[in-house]
Design a protein around this ligand. Sequence first.
Ligand code: NAD
Length: 347
Amino acid sequence: MTSQNTPIDRKLNRDDLILITGAGGFIAGSLVRYFHDLGYTRIRAVDRKPLPDWYQRVDGVECLCMDLSEKEHAIRAAEGAVEVYNLAADMGGMGFIEHFRVECLRSILVNTHLIDAAWRAGAKRYFFSSSACAYNTGLQKDPNVRALKESDAYPAMSERGYGWEKLISEMFCQEYWAERGLETHIARFHNIYGPNGTWFGGREKAPAAMCRKVLEAVDSGNLAIEIWGDGTQTRSFCFIEDCVLGIDRIMHCDDLIATPINLGSSELISINDLVTMVEEIAGVKLARSYDLGAPKGVAGRNSDNTMIQRILGWEPKTPLRTGMEKTYAWIATQFADRKAGKRVVKD
Ligand code: NAD
């Protein structure tokens, strides 16, 4: 019987090469630090962003700036890798994925080249970061949603652009296992948030955007906030520390080969209540206005964690309030640094 603290059997040597892509970004940056802190000595971190723009760069990690939508770069990145974690994608919050569907779709090139390169390089395991946006949008029309379970992806009617790219890339992972024997693992992330991620510039997601808007209101003295949609839309948000732990557990579970699984929290909250939470953390009360024409995504979405509990005996557990306090504190520091004229990473 597994439990929340069951040790992970990785079948991985300390000096096996681990490739992590999208490492200049939010989640993969934290994943690099996680494996480094566990004592893995050969980590190759790749992102197309120039190195000074990475959120985190960890000493002793090989950091490469490469565009992995180019086949030759994917081949070079996968050379010698024992495990490959593909988290590179052109993405952002609702504002980005509703306005830049072509960019989102083009991330298919990264996974297509990288999974083939990993297979040719003889990698043992391949991880793909899918999304709750792969789920059928028809099931997400009501804020009082039924949580989404893994089988709800089919019959398919994913989020236009971004969601379909994820679903097709999942299929690549499933067929590389079925036809070519590459061990693949797929997690459907549900709204990951936390420090060291995008908080301004247009790609940020709701939790970071709320923290920034509250900070701006306090800083300007104009105690008002604009909310996208009518604020009744509901979501669950998963803290970054739970996310990296979940990736590790999913990647090293023999019962989860080529089997998409939710990686998210089941603590559902409306956007209005999320704003209230950030106000409480900041110790302010703001006047609210609603932009009904702004991108707001589906009406409701939650993660059904029955499968992850059953197979891993584990699920994300960080309370939203705890994670939001840490996120707010980090964004407050970034906000102050930017105001003081220091360089901060945008996206
Ligand atoms: P992020 O934007 O912070 O990181 C993604 C990184 O990929 C960026 O640094 C970007 O420069 C890089 N990238 C994009 N195209 C590339 C290319 N052609 N070659 C090399 N690097 C490239 O996003 P994130 O939040 O860290 O997301 C990581 C993964 O998790 C993505 O696949 C995303 O779709 C998925 N995901 C994230 C969430 C979330 O809530 N953050 C939810 C669902 C799925």
